[in-house]
Design a protein around this ligand. Structure first.
Ligand SMILES: [Zn+2]
Ligand SMILES: [Zn+2]
Length: 325
């Protein structure tokens, strides 16, 4: 799940909403107003405005944004009240005691994107791991409303399936006797500054060459040819403060349409390893298929509200086994 924590989108780190350790299921919502597609850089502001509107609603008397999670059209999941909290969105005390609430940043027209559906499905699965029962319903099943609109209602009725993405886990099925090729890269004594709330590409300064390690110019690409792979990377990060959050992922890059440079076209799901400040060693592992014309790279993000101290990645290791696709 590509989770964006409350602190990262500008809400107090913990929701004041009442605890609700378990519930029958999850209710799906949408914005219910016109909402046009927009760049992801505007999504956090949208989530803040949903929270502001809820806080300003004197009739409902909300303490916080009413939903447990919100998903944007780009597949990111924003932490609302979070798991284990009673929602305020379902239309009544008993509805809120029985169902958690997830909201699509989607309006009254157009089809929800696959990435949005994936984000919703991941938020629902996460709530199910944290106390929600198997039931997934529409807001309109609980109270008289059109929410979450036609397309999302159909998606819920159809079993809220997880749409495919190109980085979907894809267990390698190499020939019985196929021998995988191994790849290994390192970045040592190479300090990479991590800017807050920004994905930073790791650069690699050494490559395994037979038995030996060879120095090379720093550059981010790890796997270049189409293949099925099982890969992992680990990073050592210094300067973290308690409350900072670290996230890791791989990304797929392709030549830009105009042929000038590379652009990120897909990412693997985020892992957010836990830590308690200071520094630490974080690892990420993924099994997938790299399509033709793409490159695999590794990225790190740290979330921090106050960005005064320097956070650096000073060491990274990558290892992979891959089979030509
Ligand atoms: Zn609703
Ligand atoms: Zn977005």
């Amino acid at each position: 799940m590509q989770l964006i924590s409350r602190a990262a989108w500008g809400a107090p780190a913990t929701s004041p909403a009442a605890a609700l350790p378990s519930a029958r299921g999850v209710a799906v919502h949408y914005l219910g107003v016109r909402y046009d597609s927009r760049p992801h850089s505007q999504c956090a502001a949208m989530v803040r405005s949903v929270r502001d509107a809820h806080l300003a609603n004197k009739v409902e008397g909300y303490l916080d944004v009413a939903y447990n999670y919100l998903a944007c059209e780009h597949g990111y999941v924003y932490e609302g009240r979070g798991a284990g909290r009673r929602s305020g969105a379902n239309g009544g005390t008993s509805q809120n005691a029985n169902y958690y609430a997830v909201c699509a940043l989607h309006g009254t027209s157009g089809q929800p994107s696959d990435a949005l559906l994936r984000g919703l499905a991941e938020a629902i699965a996460h709530l199910q791991q944290c106390g929600a029962g198997r039931e997934v319903v529409c807001h309109g099943d609980l109270t008289a409303t059109d929410c979450p609109g036609g397309p999302l209602t159909s998606w819920v009725r159809g079993g809220h399936p997880l749409p495919p993405i190109s980085t979907q886990p894809n267990t390698p099925t190499p020939e019985e006797d196929a021998v995988p090729t191994a790849a290994a890269f390192r970045a040592r004594d190479y300090t990479r500054k991590l800017r807050p709330d920004e994905w930073t590409l790791l650069n690699w300064t050494r490559r395994q060459d037979g038995e030996k390690w060879a120095t090379k110019d720093p550059e981010p690409s790890l796997l270049l040819a189409p293949c099925q792979y099982t890969a992992s990377f680990g990073v050592r990060i210094k300067g973290l403060q308690p409350g900072d959050e670290v996230q890791l992922r791989f990304s797929y890059w392709a030549k830009k349409k105009d042929g000038d440079g590379w652009e990120r076209v897909a990412t693997t799901p985020i892992d957010s390893p836990a830590h308690v400040g200071g520094g630490g060693h974080f690892t990420y592992q993924w099994t997938g298929r790299l399509p033709k014309g793409h490159r695999l790279r590794a990225e790190v993000l740290h979330f921090r509200r106050e960005a005064d101290a320097e956070v650096v990645c000073d060491r990274a290791d990558f290892e992979a086994n891959y089979w030509p696709a």
